[in-house]
Design a protein around this ligand. Sequence first.
Ligand code: FAD
Length: 467
Amino acid sequence: MPLYWHRRDLRVSDNCGLERAAAFDEPIVPVFVLDPTVLEHASPVRVACLCEALEALRARYRDRGSDLLVVRGEASAVLPELAADHGVETVVWADDYGGLARDRDRAVTAALEDAGVACEPVHDAIHHEPGSITPNQGEFYSVFSYFWKKWRDREKHAPVDGPTEDDLADPNGEPIPSPSALGFDEPESTPPTVTPTAARRRLESFCDANIYRYADERDVPSAGATSRLSIHLKWGTVGVRTVYDATDAAAERASDDDDRKSVAAFQRQLAWREFYVHVLAFNPETVTENFSGYENEIPWRNDPDELAAWKAGETGFPIVDAGMRQLRREGWIHNRVRMLVAAFLTKDLLIDWRKGYAHFRRLLADHDTASDVGGWQWAASTGTDAQPYFRVFNPSKQGREYDPDATYVREYVPELEDASADDIHGWHDLDPADRSSIAPSYPAPIVDHGDRREAAIAAFERARGDD
Ligand code: FAD
C-alpha cells in the first residue's frame, strides 16, 4: 500500500505525485505532516493559508470517500510510524526544492529506508525539473533570457488525472488544528481564499479576459491585470500543468497577434518562477549568501529607524509606502512595486537585502523561497542576471510612470487621499509648509533620493574594488 505525503501540493487534481501513487494499484493513504521544524519558520499568515488549504484538501478526499490524515511531529519520525501502522511499502511525495525542505527530505528518506520503506519523490511543482534545462557548460542558467528560450520551446506535460474513489484508502483523520492551536496569532493581513476552487475560478477568469491585457498593463499596480495566482502556485492549490494548459487555450482563442503576444508575456513570467527554482536547486546557499561575488563586502548600513520606517510604510516616498502597506493589508504586493520597495531598501537605504527578505518572508502569503530570494538578490544587484549596481530605481519617476493618477498610492495611503497626483509623486520637492497643509500626518521623505543614489553607487563601486 502506498502512502502519499502532501507538502506544497494541496490538491488532488493534476498532481503528479498522486498519479504515481495511484499506479501502485493499491489504496493510497493520503497524509500531511505538521512538522515543528517547518512550523518554526512559518508565520501567522502562512499558517492561516495552510490550515485553510488543508481543510479544502480534506473535503476533496471526503468527497471521494476517503480522508486526509493530518499528523503532528517531525516528519522523519511520524512517517515511518504511519508506514508501519498502515502496512505501507512506499511513500510518494512531490519534490520541493527549497533549502529547508531538502534537509527535511534527506532526513525522511534516511529514516524510511532504515525502516525498510521505499521512497519515491516525483517532480510536480514545475514543468522542467532542475538539471533538465542547462547551458552547454554548467548545470543551470544564470541569465534568464537564455533559460526562457529553452523553457518556452520545450513540450509541456498535459494536466494529469486525479485519483478516483477506488484509488484511495479510507483512513480515520483527526480534526485539523487551528492556527491558534498551533501557536500562531491571527495574521495582520487578509489574503485571498487558498483553495483549489478559488484557484480554478481565478485562473478561468484571468484566462477569459485579463490575460489579453497582461502585456500592456502588468506593470500598472492599480490595473488589476495580473493573475494573482502566486498564492495558489505557492500552496499548490493549482497544478502548473493546469495553468499552462489554460494559457495555451487562451492563445488559441486569441483574436490577433497582440493577444497572442500578451499570452506569451504571461507564460514568460511563469518561466521566471521556474528559473529561480533551478538557480536555488544548484545554489542552496544563496538563501543567505549573495549569488554574485563582490571583491569586497558591500558596506550595508545598520539603521534600525530607517528599516522600521520602510517596514511601516512611513518613508515619505508614497509609492514605496503604498507597497509596504499593501503587504501588511493583503499579504501580497504587485510585482513592479515589490521591485521598487526592494530597490529602495537596498539602494536608497543601503540596508542588507536579507533584512528585507526576512520581512517579506514573514508577511507574504505567497512567500516562495526561490522567487523571494531571487527577487531580492535581483533588486540588490547581487543576484543572477542582476540589475546593474548603478541602476537605482527613482521612486518618484516610477510612480509617475506606473501610477500616473496615483490611484494605487491613494488606495493604500489614505493620508494622501485628497492630494493631487503631482503632489504625491513630487512629495519630496514640496516645501515643508505645503506638505503639512496637504497631508499633515504623512511623513516628509526620510532621505534625499539623489544623495542616497550617489552614495549607493559609490558603495557598490568600492565593493567591486573599482577604486
Ligand atoms: P503574475 O504577473 O500574474 O505572474 C504569474 C505567475 O508568474 C506568478 O504567480 C508567479 O508564479 C510567476 N512570476 C511572475 N513574476 C515573477 C518573478 N519576477 N519571479 C518569479 N516568479 C514570477 N513571487 C512569489 O511567488 N513568491 C515570492 O515570495 C516572491 N517574492 C518576490 C520578492 C521580490 C523582491 C520580487 C521583486 C519579486 C518577488 N516575487 C515573488 C515575484 C513576483 O513579484 C510575484 O510572483 C508576483 O507579483 C505575483 O503576482 P501574480 O500572481 O499576480 O503575478
